[in-house]
Design a protein. Structure first.
Length: 483
């Protein structure tokens, strides 16, 4: 039987509900495609011909033909996933289904591939392999789609006192570390109890580095936007989109180019958010609208035209769809380690909810703030409904989820190394259990072999937490703890 490496097929705060208008999507998508190097057009960073082999040297026509075929393949795969996510979101909204449509899509992909496998495994593998170019692209840019909530944190933090903010930061920091360690240890304990023998997981290739073209292209887009905003006020809306999108993408590119030692202290997502905020400040100064107004235009959440952050977050459902393919690629390993996957995700959910409520009570945090903080380890799409059931502040919940993800993205790998957890299964489960989508995106960037386990934990912890809160005794207990 043919085995596929994670880099081929088995090569994530929540999902966005807003989707761009059809007329403007090609502008953003074409910009992404234009700066995308050959590593994003296929499963390897080489230029391949129609037969999957490098073109003969000197045959320029074959090279361009292969490049064109690769681009068409990439566009078709990514476009079908994007349009499917929009269609599913519309269908679930029309049906009154509140469960996040991206997770429905992820499980649907798994179900379809599993059904195909039962009929013809080679057919299922070919279908999954057809999406490899899109999966490679998603893996390369994944952290970028989670960052908009981090960019607008300055707006969220307004109105919170310094004392309350300090307490919340302490709970999130300590809680993230505790949840990380608890999830990892539970996975190890269950593995030892059921005596599952470890098998080495395939080591996937990390995404190829960004090229100079990425930097020049996004730098040019940002500069052109600033010039347009200054010279042609009638095009301010278009210029705003260009500047803020270029600031975000450019910030991420800069962050990934920093030395590894610097990145361990300041994660590329932090650099990305800082540069995006600098872009907003520059734009606000040039147009006269001010920094806050420019930042509000970055992520509108459906109020007015879509901003740069809305466009980026519209790809989050595609990210979650991609998890379905990653999980399918490691299905045998998943089945083998099912007890520790399910056991650790349940324990992680219960531990995070309970320990956060206890910490809030111990520090005397106000009930509205405490209840908003409880679902901090759950993807934002499910954390907000949980907070509503607990009568928490949704803005505080969004802040807590984003900050938890940021702490995890910056420190999970370092802490797992310090704690001595080395295998991909434990690292994936613990990272997603403590830091959901942002942690998953950060880990997948350097350890893509852990992504399938992150994906399962990411989904299951959100679902389990939702089910636990739906139980009256659990909900009543958490409400009593938080006053």
């Amino acid at each position: 039987m043919k085995h596929f490496s994670l880099s081929q097929r088995a090569s994530p705060s929540g999902s966005a509900e807003h989707t761009p208008k059809a007329g403007r999507l090609p502008v953003v998508a074409s910009a992404s495609a234009a700066i995308n190097d050959e590593g994003d057009a296929g499963s390897d960073s080489r230029l391949l011909n129609a037969e999957g082999q490098p073109p003969v040297q000197g045959n320029t026509a074959d090279g361009w033909q292969s490049l064109l075929i690769g681009r068409v393949h990439w566009g078709a795969a990514l476009g079908s996933m994007y349009l499917s996510s929009r269609a599913l979101a519309s269908a679930t909204a029309a049906a009154g289904i509140t469960f996040p449509s991206p997770l429905i899509g992820m499980f649907a992909i798994l179900a379809v591939l599993a059904s195909l496998t039962a009929v013809s495994e080679p057919t299922a593998e070919r279908v999954a392999a057809a999406f490899d170019p899109a999966l490679s692209w998603v893996q390369k840019w994944m952290p970028l789609f989670y960052v908009p909530s981090l960019v607008v944190l300055p707006l969220v933090l307004r109105g919170i006192s310094g004392a309350d903010l300090s307490k919340m930061l302490g709970i999130i920091a300590v809680g993230t570390v505790a949840t990380l360690a608890a999830t990892a240890q539970v996975a190890i304990v269950i593995r030892n109890i059921v005596k599952t023998e470890m098998q080495e997981a395939p080591v996937a290739k990390a995404s190829p580095p960004f090229t100079k073209l990425h930097y020049w292209a996004w730098g040019a887009i940002g500069a052109a936007g600033l010039v347009t905003a200054a010279a042609l006020p009638q095009y301010t809306q278009t210029a705003t989109l260009a500047v803020l999108l270029a600031g975000t993408v450019g910030g991420y590119l800069i962050g990934t180019a920093l030395p590894r030692g610097v990145q361990q202290v300041m994660h590329p997502l932090i650099t990305c958010a800082l540069v995006a905020n600098l872009a907003a400040a520059a734009l606000g100064a040039i147009t006269g609208q001010g920094y806050e107004a420019a930042l509000r235009a970055y992520l509108t959440k459906g109020f007015g035209g879509m901003g740069a952050g809305d466009y980026l977050m519209s790809f989050l459902p595609v990210v979650i769809f991609s998890f379905g393919f990653r999980i399918f690629g490691q299905r045998r390993l998943m089945v083998r380690h099912a007890p520790e996957i399910f056991g650790s995700t349940f324990a992680s959910s219960a531990f995070s909810l309970g320990s956060t409520a206890l910490a809030c009570k111990a520090l005397g945090l106000a009930p509205e703030l405490a209840r908003g903080l409880i679902p901090r380890s759950v993807t934002v799409a499910l954390a907000l409904p949980i907070a509503a059931q607990l009568q928490g502040n949704p803005s505080i919940t969004a802040f807590a989820v984003v900050l938890t993800g940021l702490v995890g993205a910056n420190f999970c790998q370092i802490l797992l190394n310090k704690f001595g957890y080395k295998d991909a299964i434990v690292r994936g489960l613990a990272t997603a259990g403590s830091a959901h989508g942002l942690g998953t995106a950060a880990l997948a960037r350097s350890e893509p072999e852990a992504l399938p386990f992150c994906a399962l934990a990411y989904a299951f912890i959100g679902i389990i937490s939702t089910l636990l809160i739906a139980l009256p005794p659990v909900r009543a207990g958490l409400l009593a703890l938080t006053g």
